[in-house]
Write a protein that binds this ligand. Structure first.
Ligand code: APR
Length: 264
């Protein structure tokens, strides 16, 4: 049965109760749930997004800070920027949106969280089956010997950090122009194509291959629910597209047993 399209434009009172009820029902009845998150889910934890108001790319040029060429040119400058971001994340806590997804994982028969975020806040909130498509800020990798380590020191010193082999350590994230980890994208595609419900939370849906995942889920017959403050290029394809903050809307559509008695 092809899911009916229900698209509403904002979270105001006029957002019919049935849209939330429909989203809740799909989630509660799902045997398999997959979720794609972006920077928007961490915005309420004080982590800036990349695009839109206050986005990092409004003040910084990706080609100066988030490419292998930029690192080769000026590793100290690149590290100063990543260290600034690590310090912000170190001071941040998961929010109600992160926590709702952790709660969902603890109840859904099959659950996969696919994130573009490198902040590690989903794991801090309690999620476990996480695919980090774009890497993780707390990982460092040697550009010479390939050794990888988890390092949560903030501020990091000295910059740039050095490997025991004498090589330079780079941030364990995926930069523009670099391929995503093969296993990560393979498992993400599998989860998108196998799920009954696919949630798309706080992403502008413009960076591929991550942005292809909701499309794959639709093609595979899943119900796709988008939560975003703004309309995205994907909104018109979502079965339900909710306008608002992840921290406010996810707890409203993710309920876990014991369910509250229906108000007669
Ligand atoms: N709740 C819901 N959505 C939000 C919230 C919020 N509180 N705050 C912002 N948003 C939405 C914005 O409307 C926007 O659509 O989150 C989205 C954030 O988009 P981007 O900043 O483009 O972040 P993201 O989609 O994760 O970027 C993808 O691009 O720069 C690269 O590698 C980086 O992983 C990143 C990738």
């Amino acid at each position: 049965m092809r899911p009916t399209t229900i698209t509403k434009l904002n979270t105001g009172a006029q957002l019919s109760h049935s849209v939330f009820a429909q989203a809740r029902d799909w989630i509660e009845c799902a045997r398999s749930v997959a979720v794609l998150t972006g920077a928007g889910i961490s915005a309420e934890s004080g982590i800036p997004t990349f695009r839109g108001p206050g986005g990092l790319w409004n003040n910084y040029r990706p080609e100066d800070l988030a490419t292998p060429q930029a690192f080769a040119r000026d590793p100290k400058l690149v590290w100063e920027w990543y260290d600034m971001r690590r310090q912000r994340v170190a001071a941040a806590q998961p929010n109600a949106g992160h926590r709702a997804l952790a709660k969902l994982e603890s109840h859904a028969p099959n659950f996969t969280l696919i994130t573009q975020n490198v902040d590690g806040l989903h794991r801090a909130a309690g999620n476990r089956n996480i695919i980090e498509l774009h890497g993780n800020l707390w990982l460092l990798r040697c550009v010479s010997c390939g050794r990888q380590e988890e390092n949560r020191c903030v501020p990091l010193s000295p910059l740039p950090p050095q490997c025991t082999c004498g090589g330079l350590m780079r941030p364990g994230v995926v930069w523009f122009g670099e391929a995503l980890p093969a296993d990560a994208i393979r498992l993400a595609v599998l989860a998108a194509e196998k799920c009954d419900v696919f949630l798309v939370c706080g992403t502008s849906a413009v960076v591929y291959p991550a942005a292809s995942l909701p499309e794959r889920a639709i093609a595979a017959g899943a119900h796709v629910i988008e939560v975003n403050l703004e309309k995205t290029p994907f909104s018109q394809f979502a079965h339900i597209s909710l306008r608002g903050k992840c921290g406010e809307l996810l707890p409203r559509i993710i309920r876990v047993p014991p369910f509250p008695e229906p108000v007669i």
